[in-house]
Write a protein that binds this ligand. Structure first.
Ligand code: ADP
Ligand code: MG
Length: 493
């Protein structure tokens, strides 16, 4: 593979070494478990969390004479993922055997795709705070997962759980286009968002349904690519960031010391926050890849691909553009909303027929803020879209002030109920009745004659009076009406 460097070196991302600047280069290989009821070449279930060896067919256990049969749903999911990554779909692809020995691999080889993968080059767009970056996808191929060795069940024996054996994985390989740990984390987050929108992988890294191998090298800015190390199976986005920071600095220290980087496979130790050598890097020829004689090449028509393309859901980039164009949201707010399809949908439910910016504000700042604080997911929110919409309606109609709205939100959060009814029952309505407000205004002005004199010179003081009136009205006076009245009475207009 010849690598074309598509990035311009950015000094903000450099590591400052004793001998000058260094640029980090990162490429990722993400293993994403295909969302499918059954495995890639057998009918066994893929359900998570079953007792060991409950989801195992004779094919998955590699009993002699058993033949793999391709699961069409997994193929469809891989093609849909390729389309979501704006990638080339290869109408013909080939399954190969990747040979190696390990107790959790009863076949003695993994069925994967090597020279002719199902999906070719694509892109993932990253919205970084100061720039948009397009990260190249090299390829996506289908392969089987292995089983799992269990070493800590017994003092002198190891066990093998084949539940995962044969489960379909998509390996999504990026080009070495990433230049910082921030970009690598953003890439993984964006990829996960796209997969979840497509429904082709649930993206749950803590259950192992998405795992990342992180390739890291360093070089002089814009220079020749350096030798990389591959950090295997990093299982959270935060750890991806930490492992890159550690690994890049380790390599810089070696190079500045006059040493060389050994191309090797490393492990990330999350407890110590460091990477450790696991083994020297194996080369493709070590695996003796060859086309699997038990499987025909995968071939489909353009029509099959077009049909899937015609039924893709709206993807995050398009949704974001639409939120900015149709609702007038800032790119920043739109970004926050589209990360999860559920939050984008929630926002649209609130915003339907309402002031979109006000709605976005309440969804992001109040609701998401509160959910975050309580460590709750949107699906566990005690406030529904209809209830939040009700609060937005009351603010918009001037029935309650922004301040009272926060109290109201608190009540709906803890007690539930219909916002309009709560406002009615508890007398939370904003007082727009000028007579009532005027009485309070007069009272406050009369009590502070010297401040009134000062305010004539320093109009900013009106703000202090507004505060006093609001306090006296227990937050129920309409602040705009109070402000207007005060200015008029002090003689500022
Ligand atoms: P392999 O399959 O042997 O791991 P590939 O050539 O397919 O190797 O590359 C694997 C990953 O390593 C890709 O994500 C690629 O972008 C990345 N990569 C390749 N060269 C470098 C490099 N010099 N520095 C960092 N990452 C790299
Ligand atoms: Mg690799």
């Amino acid at each position: 593979m010849t690598i074309v460097d598509v990035r311009t070196p950015d000094p903000k991302k450099f590591i400052k070494g004793a001998t000058g600047d260094w640029e980090i280069v990162i490429g990722m290989e993400v293993h994403a478990q295909v969302t499918s009821e059954a495995k890639l070449f057998s009918g066994a279930s893929t359900e998570f969390g079953k007792d060991p060896n409950n989801n195992v067919s004779l094919v998955d256990a590699a009993m002699p004479g058993m033949l793999p049969v391709i699961n069409e749903e997994c193929v469809r999911q891989a093609v849909r993922t390729g389309l979501g990554l704006k990638a080339e779909i290869n109408l013909k692809s080939v399954f190969d055997r990747k040979n190696y020995f390990y107790p959790d691999l009863p076949q003695g080889y993994q069925i994967s795709q090597f020279k002719q993968p199902i999906v070719g080059e694509g892109q993932v767009l990253l919205d970084m705070p100061e720039e948009q970056v397009e990260i190249g996808v090299e390829r996506l191929h289908l392969e089987q997962d292995a089983g799992k060795s269990l070493h800590d069940q017994h003092p002198s024996m190891s066990f093998v759980d084949l539940n995962r054996s044969g489960v379909a994985l998509m390996e999504i390989v990026s080009k070495p286009d990433l230049r910082s740990s921030e970009e690598a984390k953003a890439y993984l987050t964006k990829l996960r968002t796209i997969l979840r929108y497509l429904g082709t992988c649930d993206g749950n890294m803590d259950q192992g349904s998405m795992r990342a191998d992180v390739n890291v090298s360093v070089r002089r800015p814009g220079g020749e690519f350096g030798t990389r190390c591959e950090i295997k199976n990093v299982n959270s986005i935060r750890f991806v960031g930490q492992s890159i920071e550690y690994e890049a600095r380790r390599q810089v220290a070696i190079l500045e010391d006059g040493g060389e980087i050994d191309q090797e496979t490393r492990l990330f130790d999350a407890v110590k926050g460091e990477t450790r050598s696991m083994r020297s890097k194996e080369e493709a020829h070590d695996y003796r890849y060859f086309p699997d004689p038990d499987l025909l090449p995968l071939e489909f028509t353009r029509g099959f691909v077009d049909e899937l393309a015609g039924h893709l859901p709206e993807l995050p980039d398009d949704k974001k553009s639409r939120f900015v164009a149709d609702y007038g949201l800032t790119a920043y707010d739109a970004d926050i909303l589209v990360v999860e399809k559920a939050s984008a949908d929630f926002f649209e439910d609130v915003a339907k027929g309402r002031d979109a910016k006000l709605s976005a504000n309440w969804v992001i700042n109040e609701l998401f803020g509160r959910l975050n604080k309580e460590g709750k997911d949107l699906s566990e929110s005690p406030v529904s879209a209809a209830q939040l919409g009700g609060i937005v309606d009351l603010i918009k109609a001037g029935t309650i002030s922004g301040k009272i709205a926060k109290d109201l939100f608190e009540i709906v959060w803890t007690e539930g109920g219909d916002p309009a009814q709560i406002v009615e029952d508890r007398g939370m309505k904003q007082v727009t009745d000028l007579g009532a407000i005027e009485a309070i205004v007069d009272e406050i002005l009369a009590a502070n004659p010297d401040k009134v004199e000062q305010a004539k010179e320093k109009p900013n003081l009106v703000g202090w009076f507004v505060g006093q009136v609001m306090k006296a009205s227990k937050g129920k006076a309409n602040p705009q009406a109070v402000n207007d009245l005060l200015k008029q009475k002090i003689g500022l207009e």
